[in-house]
Design a protein around this ligand. Structure first.
Ligand code: KG4
Ligand code: ZN
Length: 367
């Protein structure tokens, strides 16, 4: 069963092939550098780039793997949540392929796909706690199976990645700046009293990162020399490293370590609270762009160890947006006997993804 995954929900254009749940290949084009100068993703530029890149990536992917379009049994597409225009480009492309080849269409929830992605590397032990930390979402789920997600908590304002990106902007780092803050903090000792672990003194499983962002903004207001004199390009940062561009590397590293620590600890505390409330959970799955963060990885690895849980923490390429996770989630849906009709709709950010599956028997699903 060969599934082609299509990802266009934000600023990565991705196509990937998964055969029987095993990764085959991916063609990914990042638009990050195009949006960096604007300090965030510009939706119209994102849509146009997806439209330009998808037809270029498809022959690349097929050529590299020696496959033909006719070999594809199903096309799995990220249907949302995401930028509506960007999603519509991917969905139209996927529908066109299905119309042309007769392949089945599967609409994938982008958030669920993030959390299922580690399953490409090692099996997920259900029931598991799923912590999704990305640029747009910070969600805690109870995962009873690949198709069974129950939302336990979510951010009430900024997502964890958004907090990283906003702090990076204050330091004059290009968008998305999360990874530079991670890099800047390497080797420094966090001051655990400098920033609040925001919104933990309550009894819920929700998050709020706006208070932390304000605290960092106030601290940086007292230390204006810490912001880089001019915004470096992503290339400059890659070549020289973020620390080399600062006139006050030690002080900056300390601030960044304290911020990284505060985010990671907040995530750990709420995840631990969720595990206490759902004592039958056997696994911990952490995914999304912020799961690439070294402080977050350390904190959740400790948590899993202390509680004797199986930890699924994907490699860095599977943390950020990619099409392999979409193809994989699509394959899991198909294996379970689910697909979609060609009237499938995209779902913008902020709206719930409907359960509008079409049920098919395992024989029809070909598994
Ligand atoms: O999952 P993702 O690629 O896209 C969304 O679906 O949002 O996540 C992107 C987010 C951005 O906010 C980016 O700054 C953040 O992930 N990010 C990081 C790191 N790598 C990516 N944040 C902190 N530390 C990192 N190493
Ligand atoms: Zn994502």
């Amino acid at each position: 069963m060969l599934v082609l995954g299509v990802e266009t929900s934000c600023d990565e254009t991705g196509l990937a092939l998964v055969r029987d749940g095993v990764f085959v290949a991916e063609a990914l084009a990042s638009q990050t550098d195009m949006h960096a100068v604007f300090g965030g993703v510009v939706p119209e530029i994102a849509s146009r780039e997806h439209l330009r890149m998808l037809p270029l990536l498809l022959p690349q992917l097929l050529g590299r793997t020696g496959s033909a379009l006719a070999d594809v049994d199903a096309v799995a597409v990220a249907r949302g949540p995401g930028l509506l225009g960007a999603l519509l480009v991917g969905l139209s492309f996927a529908k066109g392929l299905c119309l042309g080849t007769g392949a089945r269409l599967i609409g994938v929830n982008h958030l669920h796909a993030h959390l299922l992605a580690p399953g490409l590397e090692s099996e997920i032990g259900y029931p598991a706690l799923g912590l999704l930390v990305s640029g747009g979402h910070t969600h805690l789920y109870r995962m009873d199976g690949p198709m069974q997600f129950r939302l336990l908590g979510r951010t009430l304002d900024d997502a964890a990645g958004e907090a990283f990106d906003k702090v990076a902007k204050l330091l004059n780092l290009p968008y998305p700046g999360g990874r530079y803050l991670d890099e800047l903090a390497q080797g420094a000792t966090p001051d655990t009293h400098l920033f609040p672990r925001a919104y933990i003194h309550n009894d819920n499983l929700d998050f709020s990162f706006s208070g932390l962002k304000t605290a960092v903004a106030e601290e940086l207001g007292k230390r204006p020399h810490l912001a880089l004199a001019s915004m470096p390009t992503a290339d400059e940062l890659r070549e020289r490293g973020a620390l080399a561009l600062s006139a006050h590397p030690e002080e900056l590293a300390g601030i960044c370590a304290s911020f990284n620590w505060a985010v990671a600890e907040t995530l750990r505390i709420k995840a631990e609270r969720a595990l206490e409330r759902e004592p039958d959970l056997r696994g911990l799955v952490v995914a999304g762009g912020v799961a690439a963060n070294s402080f977050v990885r350390g904190a959740v690895a400790r948590l899993a160890r202390e509680r004797g849980l199986a930890l699924n923490l994907p490699g860095l390429a599977l943390c950020t947006d990619n099409a392999a996770m979409i193809a994989h989630a699509g394959w899991l849906a198909l294996r379970g006997g689910y697909c979609h009709a060609l009237d499938l709709e995209s779902v913008p950010r902020g709206r719930a993804v409907p359960q509008d599956w079409v049920r098919i028997g395992p024989a029809q699903a070909g598994t």
